[in-house]
Design a protein around this ligand. Sequence first.
Ligand code: 13P
Length: 251
Amino acid sequence: MRIPVIAGNWKLFKKTAEALRLVQELSPLVADARGVEIVLAPSFTVLGPVRSLLNDSSISIAGQDCFWEDEGAYTGEVSPGMLVDAGCSHVIIGHSERRHFFGETDETVNKKIRAAIRAGLTAIVCIGETLQERERNETFDILERQIKTGLRNLSTDEMEKVLLAYEPVWAIGTGKTATDEQAQEAHAFIRRLVAEYFSGPVADGLRILYGGSVKPDNIRSLMTQPDVDGALVGGASLTAESFAAIIHYQK
Ligand code: 13P
């Protein structure tokens, strides 16, 4: 049984007061949520305040990125150890916006995953094809390259600290969700690859989240797909009502 994960990626939104208000509104709405892991990924500057407010809640927090060195002369970077210090248990790595705007590659993704796991974090590793790649029928090749290089040299133990997020770039922030069948097809392919590169048990235990225009009205059918184990939510995680409705998809 894979416990579903619903993660909210706040991207470049929410200053302190707004972030705290969102958490205050969300917490009571999801206090009774059972059988689902909840993760919030605020921006770096509000991790501390959000963590303090969550106190002993079961909601986890994540960085939206990290560097691969623990410390050093790397102006502007945040290390995995610093995320742990700020109260994070998770970190998002390789989001398509980082690949697109900040030159993230499968090689840097690999270094970051390994550093994150070394520091004790769970890595939420994002993969997915662009519209052009899908139209050229390259989806599976792209996913294979991202997994092969991104997860290179990880041990089966380390894979226990990895969640994959399939986020087709054309579905992010566009209101265009992948159909249930498209999501299931990609997730099943990803799981088969992980079985091949690692092992059957690693693949069986791996949680694969779907991301891209997840909303309260499409989460339930996405979650009925056998290989969809959760969601990485952008826009709809920015208001307590919609994120809580996604978390309560089973109701
Ligand atoms: P949207 O839910 O806004 O499409 O964003 C998805 C995403 O990028 C989550 O990481």
